[in-house]
Write a protein that binds this ligand. Sequence first.
Ligand code: MN
Length: 404
Amino acid sequence: MSLRSSSPSPRLIVNPGLVRVLGSSTEAYLRAKPGTSFELTADTFEFLSQFRQERTLSEVLPEPTAEQLRVIDELMTSELLLPADAGLPKGPPRPPRLPVPRRLCGALPWHDETSSTPNAIVVLGAKYDAGTLERYKKGASTGPDVIREVSREYPLLLGLDSNQVWGFPDANSRRRYLKGVELFDAGDVHTSPGTTPKAWLAGLGAELLAIRERDARALLLGGDHSVTLAAIEALSATRFGVVQFDAHTDFAPIEFEGHIHHANVMRHIHSLPHVEHVVVCGVRGFQQLPDDLGVPRYTSYSVEQLRTASREQLSNVLRPDLTYYATVDVDVLDASIVPGTTVPETDGLRLAELRALLRTLLAGKNIIGADIVEVQGDPMANLTARSALQVAFELIDLMIQPPG
Ligand SMILES: [Mn+2]
């Protein structure tokens, strides 16, 4: 329908399926038409928002110019603006499939001068696998890329008039995940040729410290598990506990001074003076557990122990008085859903079990930072990264909850 062929001032309403893409002030699309996106000017958004409730054109533009009429015609042809009497579009909304920038879920870019709020989470990529032992498959440095790649299917969306992220409704819990998050993506820590592992990890720590100094919290995407040491060293101004979700304790001996790798990283972390204690959840397979050797300030829980634990036992896993850092080695999940991790282990947690466990242990806690490590690309539709992304949603959602 064209305005010029209709009554002089029809009642109009903005298409309720119009959504904006986070990180873009100009891009929008209709939820009922995935794949169709629109580049709109800020003025056009402003104009459209005046038709949130149905209004006549003459109420909004008493004397429209020819150019304004042309734009309105275009908006109507593209169904962004609808005649109010035409009825709203039929059919259920469909999930969007829209190319977004290569930031997690299309998050906003993070700059050092970005101001943040308590709901600010900054994603930082640690494309590092120099800490992987030679007998295992390298590739954890691809983790940030592949997680961001699968996250393109989950663009964070804003309503027409609101700057608050809607979030993702979860079919099980009926919770809306990530609602109200201010998600930023700081990109990856730069690696220049010839950088030593030690210098690289120090550089990562400096990036994390800069995020911390702006009162935001970081979600680190590994990388092999040794990146967690840099993250925890960067937070040395505070005392806290570390909760690790991992098939392995990563408590191997330190063979020679300063030698940091993904299998001894927790021994380094455990020795830091600001780390009050370490709890590992999800261990299994053949390995010596440090608590069996009497290592102080250290507790482990196997998959079987976690499955059979009562609610009360689970409530005692973490100390109620402590802040926690959460590190998730994706191999805590069963190998069938993380085929692309560095050291896959069978008989692991199902994704729903891990999500429930994270929520049980960490809901209401002050989480000082978090990471997801040991994710690699895989030929099974990047199932590993998809699983990791679900874990990322859980961690981000837990971090933005106000501590209870
Ligand atoms: Mn690990």
